[in-house]
Design a protein around this ligand. Structure first.
Ligand code: ATP
Length: 307
């Protein structure tokens, strides 16, 4: 019987996203505090017929069609790149695979959707190659090293929970879990924002500040204290590219969010609520306005195989 492997990986929000000055390698150093949410991408891997290559099917009924249609299904999809890189690292041929991605994370929304797919694929490939070729299963730390070559958010999507991210965001230091659950409303935009464009706008604003020590976040005792410490250095840059985002942040805070903020490079707005009910009620207000509003909880576990 054909091998079927299922894996999933979480979305992230950056509770804090501090961005340094553009370095000579063309990247910005970051000081980030990641939180994983229970909004997960599901990946199913089926062994294909010999010689059929890698085929990718992408779907997801909770997201706008434009999001699903903007995800490539060729070799530029991150799961395709992951399969090729993983096989190369193990010195094995690239397998024939049928891949199904059930997307729940807004695309190009600053919530690491593609990175979550890559993280799920790393976990799935680890298992597939073990069963197919008898290769040793790699540890999560080893998978994270490969993941960092695919994208800065991939290692965090492997670990999940709450963690500091330094370097380009790919150097992960896991923190103790928060002692309480967090309730989020995520308002996705029908149009994405390209991460490099937002960083370029950030450079133009030239508003770098020194990095702060984020290691005490695990000792935060309440959701309101957490809300008061959320910041995102890219927010003004995202506002300059999409002014409507700033109005949406104000609207969400007027409607009862403890804090609403651009998630990562945006344009998704992540709003933190005191209760699940609060998040759900405001989500229905936004949906009535024709906006895409999702609710989710933090924190969540990282990429893993599913039954
Ligand atoms: P991040 O928060 O990590 O910066 P993001 O959430 O803003 O990323 P993604 O959803 O990862 O953005 O997508 C960015 C672009 O990557 C998309 O516009 C798409 O063209 C491309 N892409 C490649 N593979 C995938 C994938 N599996 N899922 C989504 N987008 C992908």
């Amino acid at each position: 019987m054909n091998q079927i492997i299922r894996a999933s990986a979480p979305a992230k929000v950056n509770l804090v996203f501090e961005v340094g000055q553009l370095a000579t390698d063309g990247y910005h150093p970051v000081n980030s505090l990641y939180l994983a949410l229970n909004l997960r991408e599901d990946l199913t891997l089926v062994k294909g017929e010999p010689g059929t290559g890698i085929s990718i099917y992408v779907h997801g009924e909770t997201l706008p069609e434009a999001h699903i249609n903007s995800v490539p299904t060729d070799q530029s999809n991150l799961v395709h790149k992951t399969a090729v890189l993983f096989a190369e690292k193990l010195g094995k041929p690239v397998p024939d695979l049928q891949l199904d991605i059930h997307k729940r994370i807004p695309v190009a929304g600053g919530m690491a959707g593609g990175s979550a797919d890559a993280a799920a694929m790393l976990v799935a490939m680890n298992e597939f190659m073990h069963k197919e070729h008898g290769t040793e299963r790699l540890s999560i730390d080893e998978l994270a090293v490969i993941g960092a070559e695919l994208g800065s958010d991939v290692p965090f999507c492997l670990y999940g929970g709450m963690a500091l991210g330094t370097g380009r965001g790919e150097v992960i230091s896991p923190l103790e879990d928060l002692g309480f659950e967090t309730n989020w409303l995520l308002c996705a935009s029908s149009k994405g924002l390209s991460t490099p464009t937002v960083f370029a706008a950030f450079d133009e604003l030239d508003s770098h500040r020194p990095f702060t020590d984020l290691s005490d976040f695990a000792t935060i005792a309440s959701v309101s204290e957490l809300a008061s410490r959320m910041t995102n250095d890219l927010e003004q840059a995202a506002f300059s590219l999409m002014p409507a985002l700033s109005e949406l942040v104000s609207q969400l805070e007027q409607l009862g969010a403890l804090r609403a903020m651009v998630s990562g490079s945006g344009p998704t707005i992540a709003a933190l609520f005191e209760s699940e009910q609060g998040a759900v009620e405001v989500a229905s207000v936004l949906k009535a306005q024709g906006l895409v509003a999702l609710t989710a909880k933090g924190q969540a576990h990282g990429a893993r195989l599913d039954g």
